[in-house]
Design a protein around this ligand. Structure first.
Ligand SMILES: Nc1nc2c(c(=O)[nH]1)N=C(COP(=O)(O)OP(=O)(O)O)CN2
Ligand SMILES: Nc1ccc(C(=O)O)cc1
Length: 284
């Protein structure tokens, strides 16, 4: 991929780069309530960096299927102190802010965050302007509807083709709104307006999303498609998560979003080593 600048870091080459999840929420589907206290969130963030996270993704609103929207004031209260605490601790890892709200993105960037992870792909009319004006890179994720109603919108004739087309449209719209293509990362949005069979199909079809010409981010961690495939409860989905991480890395995905960084690091390193052995096959 072309080098992607996120804060002080340049992400060059195929990666894989790991995005470690910090949920400052009471109700996230796998870790709700554990990191709502800013001190706990800060400690968790530093632990993820020590485990090998290349960047952090900090969120103050759960977007699990059926989740209700959180107010701007509440989301600001959850997110901004954590960005400040991470920076005050001397941690220089790039921080992504996982938000659908322009006001939260603006405040988090001002407090020291570096990237906007918008699962709604610029649905807030003010979001494109914040991203364009600050020069921050942005993740545009595929979803239909909102977390509140997306489950009923998971209807596809050809999920790979439709997600590819809708991501291309999201990218074109971002460019029209003044965001340079070089600052955009694309994400198929596993579990967002997708049934488990759609998630599996998208993981199998990742190579076609490479045709979009942008770095890809994928977030399989602990999600329901793993539960539906294996019967494992949310707390027991690490092995299945690692299988999905491996599939992402073998398909050339640059950024993988995970809760369990140390374990994912090892899986990603081995998958990347296999990938590079296969690209040098025949050399001896
Ligand atoms: N770009 C991107 N962002 C995401 C993605 C994803 O796949 N891609 N998945 C999420 C779900 O995980 P989380 O643990 O944050 O759950 P929650 O929505 O319940 O907080 C939240 N944010
Ligand atoms: N925000 C989300 C959280 C969880 C899932 C899922 O388990 O598929 C999807 C979206």
């Amino acid at each position: 991929m072309n080098p992607l600048r996120i804060g002080a870091r340049v992400f060059d080459g195929p990666g894989p780069f790991l995005m470690g999840v910090v949920n400052a929420t009471p109700d996230s589907f796998s870790d709700g309530g554990r990191f709502l206290d800013p001190e706990a969130a800060r400690a968790h963030a530093l632990r993820l960096v020590a485990e090998g996270a290349d960047l952090l993704d900090l969120g103050g609103e759960s977007t699990r299927p059926g989740a209700a929207e959180v107010s701007v004031a509440e989301e600001l209260r959850r997110v901004v102190p954590v960005v400040e605490a991470i920076r005050a601790a001397g941690c220089t890892a790039p921080i992504s802010v996982d938000t659908r709200k322009a006001a939260v993105a603006r405040a988090a960037l001002a407090a020291g965050a570096d990237l906007v992870n918008d699962v709604s792909a610029l649905a807030d009319p003010a979001m494109a302007e914040v991203v364009a004006a600050t020069g921050a890179p942005v993740v545009l994720m595929h979803m239909r509807g909102t977390p509140a109603d997306m489950a009923s919108r998971a209807v596809y004739a050809d999920v790979g083709a439709e997600v590819e087309r809708e991501l291309a449209e999201a990218l074109a719209r971002a460019v029209r709104l003044g965001i340079p293509e070089a600052r955009v990362v694309l994400d198929p949005g596993l579990g967002f307006a997708k049934r488990p069979e759609h998630d599996l199909r998208l993981l199998a079809e990742l190579p076609r999303l490479r045709r979009l010409g942008r770095p890809l981010l994928v977030g399989p961690s602990r999600k329901s498609f793993i539960g539906r495939t294996t019967g494992a409860a949310v707390a027991d989905r690490l092995p299945g998560t690692l299988a999905a991480v491996t599939a992402c890395v073998l398909a050339g995905v640059e950024l993988v979003r995970v809760h369990d960084v140390a374990a994912a690091r090892q899986a990603a390193q081995v998958a990347a080593a296999i990938r590079s052995a296969s690209s040098s096959a025949g050399e001896g």
